[in-house]
Design a protein around this ligand. Sequence first.
Ligand code: FAD
Length: 569
Amino acid sequence: MKVDVLIVGAGPAGLMAGAWMARTGVKTLIIDQKPCRTQSGHADGIESRTLEILDSFGIGEGVWRDSNRTIELSLWYQQQGVLQREAVMQNCNPGLSRYQECTLGQGKIEQRLLDLIHAHDCVEVQWNTSPVDLRVNIPGEYRIEMQIQTVQEVEIKTIHAKYLLGCDGAHSWVRERLGLRLEGDKMDEHWGVFDAIPITDFPDIRKRCIVRSPVGHLMVIPREARLVRCYVQLDCRTAAEFKKNYHADILVKLVATILQPYRFEASQLEWSTIYTVGQRLCQTLSMHNRVFLAGDAIHTHSPKAGQGMNVSMQDTFNLGWKLAAVLKGQASARILRTYEVERLAVAVRLVEFDKRMVQAVCGRTLNAHTRNSILQEENSSASGLTARYCPSLLTVPRGDLAANLTVGMRFPSTPVFCQSDARPWHLQQLLQSTGAWHLLVFGGNLSAVSQMKRVERLAAAVADHHLGILSAYLIHCASRQEVDLMDLPALFRPFDASHGYDYWKVFADRQPSVSSHGPGEAYRFYGVGEEGCVVLLRPDQHVSFIGSLEDINSIVVIFTSIGWNDRDS
Ligand code: FAD
């Protein structure tokens, strides 16, 4: 069997890669040794950046609707036998994203991704299947040869693939076969975990809680469907006892002891396990520019900051569009080298942050100020919102025409108003993950003739260079009443005979009821002046370039340097 992409592992990282392949029409096989997706337990924290990403595949709103919101964080401690509340704080920094951190079982996220994948014929998911042998970098177009075997079948099948993704978790078979290792500390610190419906009068049970107690620390994470996840710190003796029979009663009793004098019992115990904390990292993310590792295969850490599933999906969100662009002949394989540079930096920061987070949760000596600042950091940098990819052929920093945007970072969102029907949209909602680059044209005050001429010249330049890979939007700061869609260049009102005009390409930067012009709310949010600018976004919503309305040549240079040659698309 021949495929373009072979993915080992149908966890969050593998399925996110599969989602890109499905959306872009790349022939892909995903294999997993399990019989089906995760049924219960595992990770449950979803960061706001992950929700933005899921929304770009059309599945974010469903996840958001089904999830539980963790809006507040409550800190408790036990002193001289008395349990006391120390502080209640915001669990999320409002304003950083249109979403906030929430919780939903990993299996439900995987199901959404599987539904998306199954809606496309080009990606096949094969369960109960493991790799048994691997050859890489063999001559020819299909550089990967893997032998796979399905449980209970004697026959071994050979798969020929152009690219291989090792998304097979912390004990990655692919990583081992490449001779790579996770390095770092495996701390001797055990945490028991269970999901249950709590029967309790503990007042903060629906808040995210950290409870410090001499018996062991406790983390409470409220979940969907009345569930609560409890992480409880275990001493070596209790950890060994739990490992003997995996009977969650031990964990429930420990939580009940920590929460005394409040009552705590567990009804409908869904899942339990033991988690040994260790921050480990594989420094090599790719080999021969043909095999790529992602997710837990390259970084493991504690579950304290709820990062596991998030960073894993964010890894392959970074990689997937690049692979698709290369396979479709829209870019040179050079761009794949940016994956390791961009995501290794994130993994290193994650592991460092996790060490601080473990200190914040478990540390006995940390002062309240330091702890609070680490918890704040969790909401911003650790959530994936502030990941900043370094300058490369994909991210080209220049100028300051959008003072509040940073090249290399993800594009933040604010409301804009459709020119045609006044409907408010979060600008990011428009930036769907299709593999297209996004060109945001901040056209300025279009009611001024000179400004309209600049936008017309820009549209002509885009047409001259056949930049069909771009999906263009115009955001103006004129009064909506003074702009007529049909006076605008065709780039911003594409037409096709069966659907008519596309009316969702032009937006005003202020509420429809406001009729003034000059920079309005959205322009101020991005730090764009009346003269406007162009913002080029990569298919993963990270800012690639910011320039003036006359700077289309610089964008052509970027596309030339990445080897984009699909000029007729
Ligand atoms: P995984 O989710 O591990 O997915 C890897 C996939 O590869 C799996 O489906 C596996 O079956 C498959 N696979 C592995 N080896 C092979 C092979 N040789 N052949 C074929 N398929 C293979 N995170 C938290 O935040 N909180 C938690 O409480 C928590 N609990 C966890 C409990 C367990 C038992 C595990 C394994 C993980 C837990 N995690 C938790 C971590 C979290 O689930 C991961 O960080 C996240 O799922 C990473 O996604 P991934 O796709 O990289 O890897």
